[in-house]
Design a protein around this ligand. Structure first.
Ligand code: KG4
Ligand code: ZN
Length: 330
């Protein structure tokens, strides 16, 4: 069974083809350069750019897999969560291909996609396991209880970790997107300052990242000559510390021996270092998808669609985009 999946929930237009859980092609076209001058993703522009390029990315993916459209058995697309205009482009295109080719269609939850990126890299991994999902819009500690079921253990009460990194990078004049910029700056600096790690009571697996952004702002007002590299290293340390300490704490409290990382922020090198240290201490194994599968891509969407297709979980062509799709939907 060959599944072709589209991902267009934010600012990446991506298409991938998978056969029997094996990736045949994965093409990602990023709009980062378009949005950089605005310091963030502009939804209206994002949707228009997806529309301009989606057919070319589908063709590129088919070429890379050396397949024709007729050879695809199932068409899939992210249905949410995400920017509604962006989501609609991939979703409509996938449904259109399914209709035209008289094939099945599957709508996919982007959040399951990020978690499933781990199965592409570690095919032997099996639920249940702990997951830290950290992206620009999401920061959640979850348990993948079963292939189709996620239990929420903790979440951010305000900003997502990626959002906090993006905002701190802007305060430091480090550019966009903030996560990679902070990582690069931090490597040139030292952890010299202490920024808050909120909600540290035992058994609390929620996060709060809006306070650290404010702390950095006040710190910079008081210490205008502090090195941006040192501040970046210190802020990154505080965010990474919160993320990994709570995730391993949650795994311990649930008696789970495996923790998988997912989402754009999971590509952070300091987060990986700290998680590997805690993994050694606690004997809880840590799994990291490669960087190109942590940030938005269609391979992870194809992987979810493949598992849904195996179970006969096809979607009607009336499936709509759901900008706030929850973790309850497989
Ligand atoms: O998963 P993703 O590509 O898109 C969403 O679904 O949000 O995540 C994007 C987020 C951005 O906030 C970006 O700054 C962050 O992931 N990010 C990183 C790194 N690479 C991307 N954060 C920290 N370190 C990185 N190396
Ligand atoms: Zn994402």
């Amino acid at each position: 069974m060959k599944v072709l999946a589209l991902e267009s929930s934010c600012d990446e237009t991506a298409v991938a083809i998978i056969e029997g859980g094996h990736l045949l092609s994965s093409v990602v076209s990023s709009q980062i350069d378009v949005h950089r001058k605005f310091g963030g993703v502009v939804p209206e522009i994002a949707a228009r750019k997806h529309l301009e390029i989606v057919d070319k990315i589908v063709s590129a993916s088919l070429d890379e897999a050396n397949l024709s459209l007729e050879e695809i058995d199932v068409f899939a697309s992210t249905m949410g969560p995400g920017l509604v205009g962006s989501l609609l482009v991939g979703l409509s295109f996938a449904k259109g291909m399914a209709l035209a080719m008289n094939k099945k269609f599957i709508g996919v939850n982007h959040l399951f996609g990020h978690v499933y990126a781990n199965f592409l890299e570690y095919p032997q991994l099996r639920p249940p396991f702990m997951v830290l999902l950290v992206s620009g819009g999401h920061t959640e500690i979850l348990v993948l209880e079963d292939w189709n079921r996620i239990e929420l253990v903790g979440r951010t009460r305000d900003d997502a970790a990626g959002e906090a990194l993006d905002k701190i990078a802007r305060l430091l004049g480090l550019g966009y997107p903030g996560g990679p910029a902070i990582q690069e700056a931090a490597q040139k600096g030292e952890v010299k300052y202490h920024f808050p790690r909120p909600l540290q009571e035992k058994g609390n697996f929620d996060f709060s990242f809006s306070g650290i952004k404010t702390s950095v702002l006040y710190f910079l007002k008081k210490n205008p000559s502090a090195s941006a590299y040192d501040v970046a290293a210190s802020a990154q340390e505080a965010i990474v510390d919160s993320l990994v300490t709570k995730t391993f704490g949650a795994a311990e409290s649930k008696g789970l021996k495996e923790v998988a990382f997912a989402g754009g922020v999971a590509s952070n090198s300091r987060l990986r270092e700290r998680a590997n240290d805690l993994s050694e201490e606690s004997k809880i194994r840590a799994f990291f998808p490669p960087v190109n599968l942590c940030t938005d891509n269609a391979a992870m969407i194809a992987m979810v669609a493949y598992e849904k297709a195996k179970r006969g979980l096809f979607s009607p062509l009336s499936t709509n985009a759901v900008p706030y799709l929850s973790l309850d939907v497989f």
